[in-house]
Design a protein around this ligand. Structure first.
Ligand SMILES: [Zn+2]
Length: 609
């Protein structure tokens, strides 16, 4: 429908514009007002033919009249039909095309200066330049006013109105606002050599690192690095000095990317500025230092751990960003299939025992444990943690920060926690025999203990505990389950590409090439939405080893991780690789990604054979 906001279409408007929210007298069935009629309508007939229950449609009509709420919202809330089917039906009814996907490759971000992101998300609409011309994508075909206003303000009365799902509209809005913000990377790419030089000479001239005005060039540079990192969802910023230059790198979804290379002379003022922000000693350059910075960026409170170490070319600085306002995941969001969620749910409701989560640094162990704590967190349960660092603050949970400077270690903290009559204890990590022994003691005296160990797979955690000097019978009488996990990057939904993999890759992944229900697999491409990486976000793969009686008997006989692993697999455990294979089959991630995060496992086996 080509509509314009001038009077000619407005003439057809007053009737049409009321939509479901208004009460309307006697429109013709099949007219856009049809849905507002008390009796059955053409749209109802369409929806019923698609499987929508008639009584729910009647209820929605009543609700819409009473509350003035949007029709599409109500129909979706009541799960009358899946959103695409519903929108397709509405589109036919209203003569508005429904687009399953919004083309965002030539997005014009001009509108981001005129409208707040919240407004557009609330109205669920986005203007886009597409190969078919200028369109306004809306989710609710009855919201004429908002899209008319939008086009008038943009000075583009001629437009095609189309319907799109909420997710597609939200993604397009996010992308437009992301692209319109200048990041550190763009800032530097956009600058020619002259202006880079002028910023650098400005930094040298100003020299005054205590100058807190935000337009001091070095402050501008550090602020750009920080805001760029947050915008790009980076978890770490690395400042690395080399002989001829300083490299700035961001870690995004677990992978380090080179962001920019700065002249060597910028290193000293840059590092000094970061050290001042973190309240570190700027004169001390020969010893490692740790500090923290708290900043607010766009209403988000970000806690930054700063660590410096001396290297041959000067101090190397790593800033680890912890977004305190990012929400804690629910168990169902971790990436476990339904069966594993069920098992995990039962485990974390055990009255006592130890549940261990294992994996290398950055494998999402803390996220899993926080999700567990959140799901069992209620006033009747006393939960206390000792952590390093406290990554999120959870209401209703006592959280203690490890502090070696005052001898508050995991072991020491745990000892004190036990005296506080807890039901559930989280020990950030078991690193030594002392901590392991107190954890076991606590579980044997009726506490549920969560902790982590740095091992590659679940079975190796048993071996690790025994190597620490823990008697096998203490392991089997306290540990109830061990979870191993890794994070895999999720394929960008905008650009992932279906393909047919070769038989060898499938075999390596443990997928039978003759399997009858073989789906197409997906591989990465790269587009604006994923900064050309082909991935956006991460999810976890898991193996859950339950210490049942046969396994306990085996552990009492041997601490050989391979034997324990084999027995667990025989008893139905899916290992990391096969859990990864499932996510590859489901089009969530790629074969390469699963191999990347599990290759340590492969290498170990290769060495042994
Ligand atoms: Zn992409």
């Amino acid at each position: 429908m080509i509509a314009s906001s001038d009077s000619s279409t407005a003439g057809a408007g007053p009737e049409r514009r009321r939509g479901l929210a208004a009460s309307v007298s006697g429109p013709v069935a099949g007219s856009p007002d049809g849905l507002a009629v008390a009796g059955a309508t053409n749209l109802d007939a369409r929806l019923i033919a698609l499987g929508a229950p008639a009584e729910i449609l009647a209820e929605v009509r009543g609700l819409a009249r009473a509350s003035g709420a949007g029709m599409v919202d109500l129909l979706l809330q009541k799960k009358v039909l899946p959103e695409p089917a519903l929108l397709a039906a509405l589109g036919e009814e209203y003569g508005i095309p429904f687009w399953e996907a919004l083309p965002t490759d030539r997005i014009d971000t001009g509108f981001t200066a005129l409208f707040s992101i919240q407004y557009l998300k609330k109205q669920k609409m986005v203007p886009l330049d597409t190969p078919q011309g200028f369109v306004v994508a809306v989710n609710d075909p009855t919201h004429f006013q908002a899209s008319d206003d939008l086009c008038r303000l943009l000075g583009r009365p001629e437009r095609l109105v189309i319907l799109a799902t909420q997710d597609e509209i939200h993604a397009a809005i996010n992308l437009a606002y992301d692209l319109s913000r200048s990041t550190a990377k763009e800032f530097f790419q956009g600058m020619n050599e002259e202006s880079t030089d002028s910023l650098i000479s400005e930094i040298e001239e100003t020299g005054d690192l205590l100058d807190e005005t935000s337009d001091a060039p070095i402050i501008k540079l550090v602020n750009l690095l920080l805001s760029g990192a947050i915008k790009d969802r980076a978890s770490d910023i690395h400042i690395e000095p080399y002989q001829g230059n300083v490299k700035i790198r961001y870690r995004i979804d677990g992978i380090l990317y080179d962001i920019l290379s700065l002249p060597r002379k910028i290193h000293s003022p840059l590092v000094s500025r970061v050290k001042i922000m973190a309240k570190l000693n700027i004169a001390e350059k020969r010893l490692p230092q740790d500090g923290r910075i708290e900043i607010k960026v766009a209403d988000r409170s970000v806690d930054i751990r700063v660590s410096t170490i001396p290297t041959a070319f000067g101090e190397r600085v790593v800033l680890r960003l912890l977004d305190k306002t990012s929400s804690i995941l629910m168990l169902s969001d971790l990436g476990m299939d339904n069966r594993k969620v069920g098992i995990f749910n039962r485990l974390i409701k055990s009255p006592y025992g130890i549940v261990l989560v294992t994996g290398p640094t950055g494998s999402g162990k803390t996220t899993t444990l926080y999700a567990a704590l959140t799901s069992i967190n209620q006033p009747a349960v006393n939960i206390i943690t000792i952590e390093d660092p406290i990554e999120y603050q959870i209401d209703g949970i006592g959280q203690i920060q490890v502090n070696p400077k005052i001898d508050l270690t995991f072991a020491q903290g745990l000892r004190s926690i036990v005296r506080q009559d807890p039901d559930v204890i989280l020990v950030g990590e078991i690193r030594d025999r002392e901590t392991a022994e107190i954890a076991i003691q606590s579980s044997l005296t009726g506490h549920l203990v969560f902790s982590t160990l740095h091992t590659n797979d679940a079975a190796s955690a048993v071996t690790r505990l025994i190597d620490m000097g823990i008697e096998p019978f203490l392991v089997t009488s306290s540990v109830i389950a061990i979870i191993a996990q890794r994070l895999v990057r999720v394929l960008c939904p905008k650009c992932k590409e279906a393909y047919t993999p070769d038989d060898e890759s499938l075999a390596n992944l443990g997928i039978d090439k003759n399997q009858p229900d073989r789906h197409p697999l997906y591989r990465k491409q790269g587009c604006a939405a994923c900064m050309n990486t082909g991935y956006r976000g991460r999810t976890a793969i898991f193996e859950i080893l339950i210490l049942d009686d046969p396994l306990k008997r085996l552990i009492l006989k041997t601490s050989d991780a391979n034997q324990i692993q084999d027995e667990a697999m025989k008893r139905g455990m899916t290992n990391l690789l096969s859990d990864g294979a499932r996510k590859v089959m489901a089009g969530v991630t790629t074969i390469e990604e699963v191999f990347r995060v599990t290759r340590i496992l492969k290498r170990e086996t290769d060495l042994e054979t």
